[in-house]
Design a binder for this molecule. Structure first.
Ligand SMILES: N[C@@H](CCC[C@H](N)C(=O)O)C(=O)O
Length: 277
């Protein structure tokens, strides 16, 4: 069968977006991996699926698959692309869209300038919310990796994140520590790993080694988790501009009991059709 899709990106974090409201298909993990391949497939960091909601009070169900085929709880850059996609495809005319994800409900707002802001919910720091094996909730946890001890903050944005503070992200050992922490036995469901350089209380630079996709140009939930850990550790103040390899996101978290809001751009690259084997 031929599957219609749209290629989109948020700051270079790229997606294949598929409407499974007007089309019928079932994608196996192996097919997701084939489609994600940058040489033999379409190439993407995540596959985003639009489905009818299970809960009638919601507008859509938003499902996310990493390039390795694993289904995950949340994707911030993807959420912005999702909002633009459902409006472009005329699946809704709403400016405020409520979606179900594996990680909980999200509210997406399409602004008049085309940018999308996402209410990302309240970050959770309790180790069991990731999950992370630790006896108590701390601002910083010590983690043994490759015979070295590193200090990490941990946060759940629906999906799990570890955040390391580094002096300079250009020289940070992302390729070595990223995969080692992603697969660390204290993170039984693996983890996304952020490397954060604090520039000022309102500005950070960030690289993220994503669970199931490797280092990406940008990670929305990673930006939220880094800002949440930084504010909690007293290093940052809301709002924070996050400079990622693919561009900037703005993260606002003025009240620690309230949801965190992420704002950033969306790009629709092309529409296509692919034959499913
Ligand atoms: N790129 C995303 C996060 C996608 C999911 C992540 N790799 C995970 O496994 O949790 C974002 O923009 O948040």
């Amino acid at each position: 069968m031929l599957l219609h899709f749209t290629k989109m990106h948020g700051l270079g974090n790229d997606f294949m977006v598929v409407d499974l409201i007007t089309q019928r298909a079932r994608l196996l993990d192996e097919q997701v991996r084939e489609l994600a391949d940058r040489h033999f497939g379409i190439g993407f960091d995540q596959l985003l699926i639009v489905e009818p909601p299970l809960d009638p009070d919601m507008d859509f169900r938003y499902r996310i698959f990493n390039a390795d085929g694993s289904e995950v709880e949340n994707c911030g850059n993807g959420a912005r692309c999702f909002a633009r996609f459902v409006r472009d495809q005329r699946l809704t005319h709403k400016h405020e869209i409520h979606v179900e994800t594996r990680g909980g409900p999200l509210t997406l707002k399409v602004e008049n300038d085309g940018r999308v802001s996402v209410d990302m919910g309240v970050p959770r720091f309790a180790p069991q919310s990731l999950p992370f094996e630790a006896d108590e909730d701390r601002l910083r946890h010590r983690l043994e990796v490759d015979g070295e001890t590193h200090e990490i903050g941990v946060a759940s944005m629906g999906n799990p994140h570890a955040v390391l503070r580094v002096e300079d992200i250009d020289t940070a050992p992302v390729a070595r520590l990223g995969p080692a922490i992603e697969a660390h036995p204290r993170f039984p469901r693996r983890v996304n790993v952020g490397f954060m350089q604090v520039v000022s209380p309102h500005e950070i630079r960030l690289r993220v080694f994503e669970r199931g996709s490797g280092e990406t140009m940008a990670c929305g939930t990673g930006a939220c988790a880094a800002v949440a850990c930084g504010i909690r550790q007293g290093l940052l103040e809301s709002p924070v501009t996050v400079h990622l390899r693919g561009g900037d996101l703005t993260i606002a978290w003025p009240d620690q009991d309230a949801p965190l809001v992420m704002t950033g751009p969306v790009v629709r690259v092309f529409d296509g059709r692919v034959a499913l084997s």
